[in-house]
Design a protein around this ligand. Structure first.
Ligand code: 4NP
Length: 158
């Protein structure tokens, strides 16, 4: 990374903003810290479905993050139009949210894409939704691979 003045800002987006995107935010921020890039790369998360606004992460997400020694501070919120202006990257966990994110954000210079496109070895584009079926450990593994690839990409590009 060069010595850019403004931080590179990444927004992770899923449906409810209580399971997958807050996990991605926390995992990514932990990787950024470990790479010594805190303050130069920032992350946040949001959802497209309003029913869980203001809630903390799902207990399954909290448990996995605790198991990996990753701290977090998060309350659910929905994506807003200004997110498209404030973030350099809008990173989706599931393709089904793409249409709504594009509609909410409108014209944006942000890169809008899928997290797992930075983890081609997974062979997946969607991180499975653990809300009804569990599987938070598998979700963590996929998110960690995607975040590693995304961080590498940002380091190389900026
Ligand atoms: P998330 O998971 O999108 O990863 O936060 C979900 C959270 C809530 C619901 C579905 C998925 N819900 O239907 O309430």
């Amino acid at each position: 990374m060069t010595n850019q003045t403004k931080p590179i800002r990444v927004l992770f987006v899923c449906l409810g903003n209580i399971c997958r995107s807050p996990m991605a935010e926390a995992v990514f921020c932990d990787m950024v810290k470990q790479a010594g890039l805190a303050g130069r790369i920032e992350a946040d998360s949001a959802g497209t479905y309003p029913d869980h606004v203001s809630e903390p992460p799902h207990h399954g997400t909290q448990k996995v993050l605790q198991q990996h020694g990753i701290t977090y501070e998060h309350r659910a919120r929905i994506v807003t139009r200004s997110d498209g202006q404030r973030f350099n990257y809008v990173v989706l966990l599931e393709q089904s949210n793409m249409e709504e994110v594009r509609w909410i954000c409108g014209q944006t210079s942000a890169h809008v894409g899928m997290l797992l496109d930075w983890a081609p070895a997974t062979g997946l584009r969607d991180v499975p939704d653990p809300y009804y079926t569990g599987g938070f450990d598998q979700v963590y593994g996929l998110i960690a691979q995607g975040c590693r690839g995304l961080l590498q990409h940002i380091i190389e590009q900026h």
